[in-house]
Structures are given as C-alpha cells and as structure tokens.
Ligand binder design. Structure first.
Ligand code: SF4
Ligand code: SF4
Length: 186
C-alpha cells in the first residue's frame, strides 16, 4: 500500500482552518503548548506518518521525537509503536507540515458499526474556546476533515487505532458531539 500518497491526499484535504486566521490567538496556542503545569506534553503521530511525510522534511528541525511501543504505553498490540513528538517552538509552527492530530482537532475520527463519524469529546484537555461556537466555523472544515479521515482509514493500522479509541470513547461515554457523513454533507 502506498502510504505516502494516502498521507499526501489527507494532508491536502485537511489543510483547512477551523476559523479564518490564527485561532491560536484566541487561546494563547493552548493545543500547541509543550507543558501542562509541570508535565511535558506532546502529540502522537498516526502510524507511518513520520516515515511518509515528516522524517525527510524541514519539520524535524522543530521537534523532539520519541518512539513509544505497545509494551510500555497504551497502544494496541497490533500497531507495535507510535511516534510521539514535542514541538520545541509552538509559535514557529511549520503549518504546511503540521501533523494529522493538529489538523483534525477538535474533531476525532470515530468508527461505530463500520461507519466513520467525526466526534468531539466531552473530556477536553484543551478547553478549545471554539467548541461551543460552531456557528463561527469555516463551512468546509468538517467536510474536509471527514474526507481526510476517510482516506486515512484505508491504512489498516490507522483504522485499528481509530476503532480502538472509538471503543474506549463509547465505554467512557466521552462523546459531546458525533456527526455522521450525512449530517456533515447535508
Ligand atoms: S484550542 Fe481551539 S482555538 Fe485554541 S489553538 Fe486549539 S483549535 Fe485553535
Ligand atoms: S505542529 Fe504546529 S500546530 Fe501542531 S502542535 Fe506543533 S506547533 Fe502546534
């Protein structure tokens, strides 16, 4: 499977801002911050994302990379490992190379009975000020994020990850909003 082409399509589809301009100005770049109190904070890349899109790019100058395995972290065994990154300078983001996690937030991909949805979780570590202001969102945002995930879940390990996270989201009753394909496109 050509992971790189899938990622290139997804990066293009998901190159969309939730609102016009830099939303980070509304919250002092809360979802890019590198510390939560004393605790260092980073983000997980999707399976094969580092190898397909980032390792040969200028993105590497800005990040610290750790490899987290299924044995040490809460990662499904079938996946094996994920890369975890810390952005060294959240104000100097290379936006065109920002990872999937940064493009999709505050939406999370969610699969139930084989159908893909976009979900917003109740439990928000970022307290995004835009979550309750959906009327201000760019009309294209949900559509393009959905299409990007539709592309990405063609990769089996990504689908596995999404199914794994969806299962726990349901068990923990951690869904604030869940949008189906029909709700997004109508
Ligand atoms: S928390 Fe919300 S408003 Fe702030 S940078 Fe993230 S997406 Fe933008
Ligand atoms: S890549 Fe950019 S958008 Fe993503 S966490 Fe780092 S600074 Fe923020």
């Amino acid at each position: 499977m050509d992971y790189k082409s899938i990622y290139e399509n997804a990066y293009e589809l998901m190159d969309v801002q939730i609102v016009d301009g830099d939303c980070g100005k509304l919250c002092n770049h809360h979802c890019c911050r590198t510390y939560d109190g004393e605790k260092k904070m980073g983000i997980y890349l999707m399976p094969y994302e580092w190898e397909s899109m980032l390792e040969d790019s200028e993105f590497i100058t800005n990040v610290k990379l750790e490899k987290h395995t299924s044995f040490e972290y809460n990662i499904p065994h079938g996946i094996g490992y994920l890369y975890y990154i810390d952005c060294e300078d959240e104000f100097g983001c290379l936006r065109h190379l920002r990872p999937i996690q940064c493009r999709t937030y505050p939406f999370e991909p969610h699969i139930e009975k084989g159908q893909l949805y976009l979900a917003i979780e109740k439990d928000q570590i970022h307290n995004c000020p835009l979550i309750d202001k959906r009327e201000q969102w760019n009309e294209e945002f949900a559509k393009r994020i959905y299409l990007g995930w539709k592309e990405l879940i063609k990769i089996e390990n990504i689908r596995l990850m999404v199914q794994y996270d969806s299962k726990y989201r349901n068990i923990e009753n951690n869904i604030k909003i869940k949008l189906s394909e029909m709700e997004i496109f109508n």
